[in-house]
Write a protein that binds this ligand. Structure first.
Ligand SMILES: NC(=O)C1=CN([C@@H]2O[C@H](COP(=O)(O)OP(=O)(O)OC[C@H]3O[C@@H](n4cnc5c(N)ncnc54)[C@H](OP(=O)(O)O)[C@@H]3O)[C@@H](O)[C@H]2O)C=CC1
Ligand SMILES: O=C(CO)COP(=O)(O)O
Length: 326
């Protein structure tokens, strides 16, 4: 298995920039791609991504670029753009990468319309790539600051997943490997929708008891969905499932939680990426298609689609028929 000396990061938002520094800290040479040439030049001159991750110096091993081919020539690529942009970016990468190059999805979502998981999107759009996924409880600002963080990296080939963990891991970022690609991506996509629900509960000041009930019942539906779509139970209780659910339902450092809190309090929603708002509808469609009961996610979707008010959604959840706890 190659050592993956060079890592191309495609997408220089908060998470892409944090992962660039993390990979550099692990000893890799890193190419950090943004589609914005001016932003690449500013990052190169200022050695900082002032737009997405202000106050964090770029590691000297990180080279910003607006040349996709330069990033695509690296030994392994991390795809760090919003989930709904992954297909377009993977299509652009397809003619540029060497066959067999690992392309690791770091996005947390499901493609709308196609109902495809992001590793499926990569496999369709860049058929010569080897798809993988990195997910787990990891705020960009924490990782960038070098705070201790642990995540999961999954590929269908255990040896590849393990080699990528070696390439990206450092004393501050610990990676566990897995072959449960589907389970890892389901955890990351679903917890964002549940984080919006947790934010609504907090924004509406429904109390800590309601918040805890929401996380527990949310985890139950996340696990049901994963089972229906081929994820493993042990992955759901791991970093990319329960771990990330706990992190993102804990407070406003999560953009999804902050988005939900604004909905709950009636404030304007922040102008920041909240992936759960894009995932809720497709998640609920996919749940219905396999007869999976996901009342919390369905309530979030109904609020986002203005089919229910926040008040109406809470009433409907509390009025559900009595059932056994499972
Ligand atoms: N932030 C975090 O703590 C974490 C985020 N994630 C996940 O990572 C993904 C990205 O999040 P994050 O970095 O925070 O988001 P940001 O909003 O900070 O950045 C998104 C980046 O993607 C770029 N982008 C969007 N569309 C395209 C496109 N079509 N082609 C090229 N670049 C594009 C944007 O470029 P431009 O500025 O030019 O629009 C921007 O640089 C999400 O799925 C998120 O859930 C996962 C773990 C942690
Ligand atoms: O995925 C994340 C942490 O693991 C980031 O969550 P938010 O996108 O809600 O900020």
């Amino acid at each position: 298995m190659p050592a993956f000396d060079t890592i191309g990061i495609v997408g220089a938002g908060a998470w892409g920039t944090a992962l660039a520094n993390a990979a550099a800290r692990a000893g890799r040479q890193v190419c950090l791609y943004t589609r914005d040439a001016q932003a690449a030049a500013a990052m190169a001159a200022q050695r900082e991504n002032r737009h997405a991750l202000p106050g964090i110096a770029l590691d000297p091993r990180v080279t910003p670029t607006a040349d996709l081919a330069q990033a695509a020539a690296c030994d392994a690529l991390l795809l760090v753009v919003p989930a709904q942009a992954c297909r377009a970016v993977a299509q652009d990468l397809a003619p540029l990468i060497a066959p067999g190059t690992p392309v690791v999805s770091c996005a947390k979502g499901i493609e709308r319309g196609s109902r495809a998981f992001i590793t499926e999107v990569i496999a369709e759009a860049a058929p010569t790539a080897v798809p993988a996924v990195l997910s787990g409880p990891s705020f960009a600002s924490d990782v960038a600051a070098g705070l201790p963080t642990a995540v999961t990296l999954a590929s269908s080939e255990a040896a590849l997943a393990s080699a990528l963990c070696d390439a990206l891991g450092s004393s501050t970022l610990r990676l566990y490997f897995s072959t449960d690609v589907r389970g890892v991506e389901i955890g990351g996509a679903t917890k964002n929708v549940l984080a919006i629900a947790a934010g609504i509960v907090a924004g509406r000041k429904l109390g800590a008891s309601a918040g805890a009930a929401l996380v527990a019942r949310g985890f139950a539906e996340l696990t049901r969905f994963a089972k229906a779509y081929g994820g493993r139970a042990e992955t759901m209780t791991g970093l990319s499932g329960l771990g990330d659910l706990i992190l993102t339902t804990s407070g406003p450092q999560s953009r999804n939680f902050a988005f939900g809190a604004a909905l709950g309090s009636g404030a304007a929603t922040p102008d920041k990426l909240a992936e759960g708002a894009f995932t809720a509808g497709v998640l609920v469609e996919m749940a219905r298609a396999r007869d999976v009961d996901m009342p919390v996610s369905a309530a979030v979707d109904a609020v986002l689609q203005h089919r229910l008010t926040v008040e109406g959604a809470i009433e409907a959840l509390m009025a559900r028929p009595q059932k056994a706890e499972r």
